[in-house]
Design a protein around this ligand. Structure first.
Ligand SMILES: CC(C)(COP(=O)(O)OP(=O)(O)OC[C@H]1O[C@@H](n2cnc3c(N)ncnc32)[C@H](O)[C@@H]1OP(=O)(O)O)[C@@H](O)C(=O)NCCC(=O)NCCS
Length: 140
């Protein structure tokens, strides 16, 4: 397993998000981690041979996730890395009583597909977004 939990956001993470976020990362979330995040945030790295190829962050302030980010390096996409990170994050969040949620633009097909594999419920919001909410993982 190449997924590791880390305790702090570092400059490498921020550069990685900037380089690979494809403008899908909310500025509010980026700014939260840029400011250092908070103790208890779930910060996961996916490394292959020591190289950072994916990361997934979430804050769990009041039993629900906030400031969620999942990013995979472009040349490592479509191999299940994003899904593996999201699943691991969901399990860690659940273990501390936090339900993972995600708001995804319907136009962001890779993210929609990834979330559909990990979350069981979703609803359309404002005609543009899909809101995913906890529950048991979908059968694959
Ligand atoms: C979203 C993201 C994290 C997914 O990472 P990943 O490692 O490629 O994810 P996975 O391989 O687990 O799954 C990607 C799915 O999208 C599908 N996909 C990718 N590009 C696609 C396209 N252009 N059209 C249709 N489906 C596409 C893949 O086939 C796969 O679906 P499947 O497993 O059902 O076949 C990655 O695309 C990314 O970093 N995007 C930029 C940042 C972002 O949008 N983050 C999400 C919001 S925080």
């Amino acid at each position: 397993m190449e997924i590791a939990r880390v305790s702090q956001v570092c400059p490498e993470h921020l550069g990685f998000i900037r380089a690979n976020g494809d403008r899908h990362i909310r500025q509010k979330s980026f700014d939260y981690y840029k400011a250092g995040g908070s103790e208890g945030d779930i910060l996961l790295e996916y490394r292959i041979d020591g190289e950072l190829v994916g990361l997934s962050f979430t804050a769990c302030p009041n039993g629900h996730s906030k400031y969620s980010i999942t990013v995979v390096r472009r040349d490592f996409r479509n191999r299940g890395i994003g899904t593996a990170l999201l699943k691991a994050k969901k399990e860690l969040a659940a273990a501390r009583g936090c339900q993972l949620r995600s708001l995804v633009a319907q136009s962001n097909t890779p993210s929609v597909r990834m979330c559909s594999r990990v979350f069981s419920t979703r609803e359309v919001q404002d005609g543009k977004y899909l809101f995913y909410d906890g529950g048991a993982p979908c059968a694959e």
